[in-house]
Design a protein around this ligand. Sequence first.
Ligand SMILES: [Zn+2]
Length: 77
Amino acid sequence: MSSKKQLSKKDQLIALYESCCWWCGCCLPPKKLTREHLIPRSRGGSNSLENLRLACFQCNNSRGNSLYPPRWRKGCP
Ligand SMILES: [Zn+2]
């Protein structure tokens, strides 16, 4: 009876921001995007939706542990 359908965080992010990288703006299939913390957890960022965005692998990698990516990249990888 209880049809509790809960969207994953990723699905919710896609609903909010579309399946695009938050940093470079590149739109990719969901499976090519990763969830990324706006404020890294190591810096006290929360695990809530507000602190999560979608990032492509390149942005995720080049970002490291910094608060923001070194540069706002333009265009798709
Ligand atoms: Zn990106």
